[in-house]
Design a binder for this molecule. Sequence first.
Ligand SMILES: Nc1nc2c(ncn2[C@@H]2O[C@H](COP(=O)(O)OP(=O)(O)OP(=O)(O)O)[C@@H](O)[C@H]2O)c(=O)[nH]1
Length: 353
Amino acid sequence: MSTVRSRGPVPVVLLAGFLGAGKTTVLNHLLRSGSGLRIGVVVNDFGAVSIDALLVSGAVDGAVTLGNGCICCTTDADSLESVMGELAKPSAGLDVVVIEASGLAEPTALVRMVTAARSDRILYGGLIYLVDAEQFTETRTRHPQIDDHVALADLVVLNKTDRVSTDGAAAVHEAIRGANASAAVLSTTHGVLDPAMLIDLPDTVADDGPRQLELADLLADDHDAHDHDHAHLHDGYQSVDFSTATPLHPRALAAVLERPPVGVYRIKGVVFFDAPGHRGRYVVHGVGGHISVTATRWAADETPTTRLVVIGAGVDVDEVRTVLEATVAGDRTTDRQSMLAITRYEHQGRRAS
Ligand SMILES: Nc1nc2c(ncn2[C@@H]2O[C@H](COP(=O)(O)OP(=O)(O)OP(=O)(O)O)[C@@H](O)[C@H]2O)c(=O)[nH]1
C-alpha cells in the first residue's frame, strides 16, 4: 500500500525504547519496506560515536546524526529544531521524519522538545515506544521510570515476541496496559511494523479512546519532577567507544561478547576481521546475553574499520577499554576455523552458552 502524505506540516515521530529493544531494526524495516513513504531519519546514540548512523545509513541517503551523547540532555533544543526544520523543507519532499532516540533517552524531554518547536513546517506526530518482550520485566524492575515512558506512548510495539511464550507475552502486555490504558499495542518480531502506522499514529490514538492522562499533564508532571532532581535513565550508565582499522581476532571478540565485563548490557558495532573468505563488514550485537552477527559488505569508499560501543551500568571504563584493545588480532592468525567463533552467531540472535 502506498501511503504518501498530502501537503501540510511534516509529522515528526519519536521512536524510543530501552537499550537494544529493536529501534534500529524497526527503522530499517520501515526504510526498506517499499511503502512509497518518504522518511527522513534522525539518529542519536548514548555514546559519543553514533553506531546507529552506521547501522541505518546503508538504507537511507544520510541519516542525520545528533551526536555527542544522549539527545535528551546534551543536544540543545535549537540544533534539534534546525535539523527538523531542514528535513521538513518542502524541497526535501519528505512525508514523515522519524527521530530514533538513544536507548537511554528520556522520551518526556524529547516530546517536549518537539512539541515546543516553533517551526510551522513540522508537527509532533507521536511517540512509538518499543518494548523488548523478553527483557521488559527485568528492565522495569531496575528502572521503574520506564512506566512513565510507556505512559507517554501513542503506540507501544511489543517486539521480540519470538523470545517469549504466549503467556510471557500476555504478562508483558498486561504490564504495558497498566502503564498506558489507551495506546495501541502491537506485537512484532524483528520490528515488522506497517509504515502506515507512522502517519496514522494520531488517528490510532483518537480511535483508541481518551488518554488516561493528557499529554500536557504528563509533560507537566515530568517538569515538576525535573525541578526536584529527577533521575534520568542514563544516570549511572557509561559507554566506551572503540575504533581501530587493525583487524580483530574472532575468538577474542567472541569471548568478550560471551563474557562481557561486569555491568555491560549492550555491545554493538561493525567489525573488521581479516580471515580468508570473511573480509566483509560484520554487524555485531550483544543485548542482555544474546549475541547476533550479520555479514554485510563494506561500501566501495569505506576503509574497513572496527567501530564498537559498549554500554553498561557501573562498568569499569578502563577495564572495558583494555578488554577491547586485547581483541585486536596482532600476531594471532585468523583462519576459517577461528571465524566459527563469530559465524556461529550469524542471523540467529543466540544466547551465549
Ligand atoms: N530475536 C529477536 N531479535 C531481535 C528482534 N528485534 C531486534 N532484534 C535484535 O536485537 C538486537 C538489537 O536491535 P536494535 O534494533 O539494534 O536495537 P536498538 O533498540 O536500536 O538498540 P540501541 O540503539 O542500542 O538501544 C539486534 O541484534 C537485532 O537483530 C526480534 O523481534 N527478535
